[in-house]
Design a protein around this ligand. Structure first.
Ligand SMILES: *Cc1c(COP(=O)(O)O)cnc(C)c1O
Length: 359
């Protein structure tokens, strides 16, 4: 049997493993921070009509510049942003891959602060960009001094900052990003705000820092708060020059006419889609409160998930949850597991399992 080792794959990919959160068919799936609520019927109808209207023209390539969707996304973001400030692709993973293709690549370095999103180093790897895994503080925070010191030490071409951070859940004070922007004048700063809609009140977005900072990129997604993970739509906000730079690496017609139409209908109907955010935040806060009442160590969360400590081996604990029909996430952080805040009944199922496993 031929294996990957028999093929002439790139030397820098040999021995590497792909992204692989388990996709298991279990009753309660709380492992990839999806929105547990199905798309509401009115939005299903609107997306159906929008997609139907495209079908006759599928003989033609779609709008390469994705103008209509970018315009709707800019309107959603506010902050005076326009179509020229926004770019969209098949998930924010693709947006970030395009950023690495344009600003990273062989001979260049990207730096991030772990524990953080596992896709950042994988996207760097795929684009031949060297990844520098700096660390957050032991309490998962990141001070402006530490962030600036690591960047000065390694002199990267791109810096990735995730806020609210996955898997730890906590948002960064924009002062940290401000400090990074002031001292790091050479490369790009990418703030991954996949979970920003779930942040606790008073947590400003890095969008507020965009004016006057052409090297700042704010990455967003419809996969979480919008409950549109299957639609694959991510986007960024930045100076229009950044959008111009991405044109050099994006595939022509990367976003299908069907994806553009579906996402546009979803953004237009955002008030209906985003209604679930408050319910999810309630369940998130419930998980934090209940686990803390039981004496479990829990990280503060501005996201739709909670990172909590297990006293014994997290792999065994993960399996014990799975044995009870609850799929959560082992993010490879010794002594910790991550659970997505789902519906009320899913959260109850998790908390019941946790009571047996963590006591
Ligand atoms: C889930 C997640 C994303 C979303 O990626 P998509 O490709 O948009 O689905 C991006 N960043 C972080 C940190 C995430 O956790």
């Amino acid at each position: 049997m031929t294996t990957i080792d028999d093929l002439p794959v790139r030397d820098d990919l040999r021995g590497k493993t792909p992204y692989g959160a388990p996709q298991l068919d279990v009753p309660v799936r709380l492992n990839t921070n999806e929105n547990s609520y199905p798309v509401p019927e009115d939005v299903v109808d609107a997306i159906g009509k929008a997609v139907q209207a495209e079908l006759r023209d599928l003989n033609r390539y779609p709008d390469r510049d994705v103008i209509a969707l970018r315009t709707e996304l800019a309107a959603y973001l506010g902050h005076g942003l326009t179509t020229a400030n926004v770019w969209a692709a098949n998930g924010s993973n693709e947006v970030q891959q395009q950023l690495l293709q344009a600003f990273g690549g062989p001979g260049r370095k990207a730096l991030g602060f772990g524990p953080s999103y596992s896709m950042h180093p994988l996207l760097a790897q795929g684009t031949g960009t060297e990844w520098i895994g700096a660390l957050r503080d032991p309490d998962f925070g990141l001070s402006p001094e530490k962030a600036v010191a690591e960047i000065e030490k390694h002199d990267p071409d791109l810096v990735f900052v995730c806020s609210p951070n996955n898997p730890t859940g906590t948002a960064l004070d924009p002062a940290v990003i401000d400090a990074v922007l002031s001292s790091f004048t050479r490369g790009m700063v990418v703030v991954d705000e996949a979970y920003t809609e779930f942040a606790r009140p008073g947590t400003p977005s890095a969008l507020t820092l965009l004016p006057g900072h052409p090297r700042l990129v704010v990455s967003r997604t419809m996969s979480k708060a919008f409950g549109f993970a299957g639609g694959r739509l991510g986007y960024l906000a930045a100076d229009p020059a950044v959008v111009d730079a991405i044109q050099l690496v994006r595939l022509p017609y990367h976003l299908s006419a069907i994806s553009q139409a579906a996402a546009r209908a979803a953004v237009v109907h955002r008030s209906s889609l985003l209604k679930t955010v408050e319910a999810i935040k309630e369940q998130r806060d419930r998980i934090v409160t209940v686990l803390r009442e039981r004496g479990v160590e829990v990280a503060d969360s501005d996201a739709n998930f909670v990172l909590f400590a297990v006293s014994h081996d997290q792999k065994a604990a993960w399996q014990a949850f799975l044995d009870r029909g609850v799929l959560i996430r082992d993010v490879g952080l010794a002594g910790w597991l991550r659970v997505t805040a789902g519906t009320e009944s899913e959260t109850t199922a998790f908390l019941n399992a946790a009571e047996e496993i963590l006591s």
